[in-house]
Design a protein around this ligand. Structure first.
Ligand code: SAH
Length: 245
């Protein structure tokens, strides 16, 4: 079954953009997913092809009209979830990405200006999705982020079937750090344990580093994962990342 993405945007030329290269591009070429774009402007009702209007209540900027948005949505709606890129949505998570990938695809609305007339959300069961706590100039890059995250999880897109399973967030923690040759570079060495060939010791080290790095960089994730009770032996980082003399 192909994962079908339909993007509603005022800038269809932005697609596939980066989604046409590398892993996502190859998957697109081989039919593992499909992408179509709809220009929201094609659904404008007046002769000037207006898609926006001034905010009710006053203030800066323009708001995308709900009647125009609804007509654009209705032209592609077929039961797939309808998402709208918006900083007012819940931030996207790996769990949510997995939910989307389990379905048939998604319809994604890209905002511009001040965003969407709020009535569209209830009227068409649109779910707002944020890609983080900052403001983009438009939803297109957000839609690409969402789709990139989905596509790499589709069957047959990544090399090994389990190559996604211990990435950051999949376990509730950041992933452990990685190293590769050369063994010594600018006086810095790869942690000795990774060259030991002792798989149990390597797994324990990786787990400890995943926990430690999560505690230091993402206290929010660390707390959710169980906090202090699962902490690594303190000082793991300093011991393992010593610089050779
Ligand atoms: N006035 C809005 C921001 C509008 S930014 C507010 O303060 O909430 C214009 C468009 O960019 C939005 O409609 C949305 O589609 C997109 N956008 C901006 N930031 C985003 C984010 N963090 N996540 C997803 N989409 C975003």
């Amino acid at each position: 079954m192909t994962f079908r993405a339909s993007v509603l945007t005022l800038y269809p030329d932005m697609f596939p953009g980066p989604l046409g290269t590398s892993l996502a591009g190859r998957a697109l070429d081989t039919g593992k997913w499909s992408l179509d774009t709809t220009n929201i402007r094609d659904f404008a009702i007046d002769k000037h092809r207006t898609v926006d209007d001034t905010p009710a209540g006053g203030g800066a900027g323009m708001v995308l009209r709900c009647d125009v948005l609804a007509a654009a949505i209705d032209s592609v709606a077929d039961g797939r979830p309808i998402l709208a890129m918006s900083p007012r949505g819940a931030p996207l998570t790996q769990g949510r990405v997995r939910d989307f990938v389990a379905g048939e695809g998604a319809i994604i609305l890209c905002g511009r200006f001040e965003g969407f007339d709020e009535r569209i959300f209830e009227a068409r069961a649109v779910e707002p999705v944020s890609i983080g706590d900052y403001i983009l100039s438009g939803g297109e890059l957000g839609a690409m982020v969402l789709l990139d995250a989905c596509v790499r999880l589709l069957p047959g897109v990544m090399g090994a079937p389990d190559s996604g399973v211990d990435e950051s967030f999949e376990t509730g923690l950041l992933e452990h750090p990685h190293y590769t040759r050369p063994q010594e570079w600018e006086g810095r060495t790869i942690p000795e344990v990774l060259r030991s060939g002792d798989h149990a010791k390597i797994a324990a080290w990786r787990k400890a580093r995943a926990i430690e790095d999560t505690r230091l960089r993402r206290p929010d994730l660390y707390e959710r994962h169980g906090g202090v009770s699962q902490a690594s032996p303190s000082g793991a980082r300093q011991r393992d990342e010593g610089r050779s003399k």
